[in-house]
Design a protein around this ligand. Structure first.
Ligand SMILES: Cc1cc2nc3c(=O)[nH]c(=O)nc-3n(C[C@H](O)[C@H](O)[C@H](O)COP(=O)(O)OP(=O)(O)OC[C@H]3O[C@@H](n4cnc5c(N)ncnc54)[C@H](O)[C@@H]3O)c2cc1C
Length: 346
């Protein structure tokens, strides 16, 4: 699909009426707002995600940063668009420069300028969102750039999370270091007196990470098994929940067992279902059986609503297609549930 689009083949319409409609809310913020209104009728929040990826020049980064700030201004005016704004750091900064920063390599003068521009854009976006009262999630990306992102998001938290968690860092628990990163940021929060916000996810770049490690002849940064990732995800949840006086979480997961474990913990801790420090989120087009049941039971539940021009959201759509192509995977499970429910109703 990506190749067909690049070659100018007229496949845009087919993509728009199939995978795009399933996984994206629209090509613009206005189009996506309609989905947010519909979700809000079921008490489900909408996290609008301008899903452009892989830009490579400063002009595009600047354009994206301005677009994101405009989108945040509009989003903050719509009551249906809550509880978070979200963005990807690589939409506003150069991946190669972030890789060098993560690897502690020396930057040229030009790269230094690009790095500083990225930091300025990240601050401008988060400061705006926080000033408008809309907490913001910073997505997690590949390990080889995530070091630079983590470092900056800690600074953002130090500066903007003095009263409550307004900036959330995303931690991928498929990383061997995942739980340590959560603990390290928590220690910083205690030391510098700020509130930590975490979006906890398992991680979306499994194969890419494996290939990168093989190519660079470095140890694979990913946990040795799915079981190890599952355990680390649940351990991170327990750690955060035990420290809720300083931590807020958004559990970005489609895993039913992990979701049930969080609910169980909330009950054991005698928290209200809608305790404002605990959010659940799923991606649009996936796991409606979790999102809507959670919302119905009074838990804080939201959907990620990716949006953007068809061409620009292709990397996101390809990740979803890959994730959902296995019959034994998420979509297979959901299809089974739908068929079972249809049978029950007839
Ligand atoms: C709201 C939301 C926001 C998200 N934001 C981000 C983000 O910012 N960055 C990001 O990277 N991802 C993000 N994701 C995607 C997420 O990381 C997962 O890829 C996806 O949700 C599938 O994991 P799961 O917890 O839903 O469930 P499951 O289906 O139970 O888990 C699948 C996941 O387990 C892990 N896994 C699978 N096999 C193995 C193995 N052999 N060894 C080790 N681990 C394995 C992988 O992470 C895989 O994606 C987000 C997801 C949601 C719902």
């Amino acid at each position: 699909m990506a190749w067909s689009l690049k070659s100018g083949l007229p496949v845009g319409k087919i993509i728009k009426s199939t995978v795009f409609t399933q996984f994206c809310a629209g090509e613009s913020l206005m189009e996506s707002h309609e989905t947010a209104v519909m979700l809000s009728q079921s008490n489900v929040g909408s996290i609008l995600d301008y899903s452009v990826e892989g830009e490579q020049n400063e002009e595009d980064f600047e354009k994206n940063a301005l677009y994101l700030q405009n989108a945040i201004r509009k989003a903050a005016k719509y009551p249906e668009i809550y509880p978070f704004a979200v963005f990807k750091s690589t939409a506003v900064g150069n991946t190669q420069v972030l890789t060098k920063v993560t690897m502690d390599n020396t930057l040229s003068a030009l790269e230094m300028e690009s790095y500083q521009n990225w930091k300025n854009r990240m601050f401008a976006i988060c400061e705006l969102s926080s000033s408008l009262g809309l907490p913001i999630l910073v997505d997690a990306e590949e390990t080889y750039i995530q070091g630079a992102i983590d470092k900056l998001v800690i600074d953002l938290m130090k500066s903007l999370n003095k009263q409550k968690a307004m900036v959330f860092n995303t931690v991928q628990l498929y990383r061997k270091e995942g739980l340590d990163i959560v603990k390290k940021i928590f220690l910083e929060a205690e030391k510098h007196e700020f509130f930590a916000g975490f979006k906890l996810v398992r991680g979306a770049y499994l194969e890419k990470e494996q290939k990168w490690a093989e190519n660079k002849k470095i140890p694979n940064p990913i946990n040795p098994s799915k079981k190890a990732t599952d355990e680390m995800f649940d351990d991170a949840v327990v750690f955060c929940m035990k420290n809720l006086q300083k931590i807020s979480i958004c559990a970005g997961t489609h895993n039913e067992l992990s979701t049930l474990k969080i609910i169980d913990l909330m009950h054991k801790m005698k928290l209200k279902n809608n305790d404002k420090r605990v959010w659940f989120a799923q991606l649009l087009g996936m796991s409606d059986n979790l999102t809507f049941v959670l919302a119905n039971e009074g838990y804080n539940s939201a959907k990620y609503l990716p949006f953007g021009p068809v061409k620009e959201v292709m990397p996101y759509l390809i990740r979803r297609a890959e994730e959902n192509s296995a019959v034994a995977g998420q979509m297979g499970r959901e299809l089974k549930l739908l068929l079972k429910e249809r049978k029950r109703r007839h």
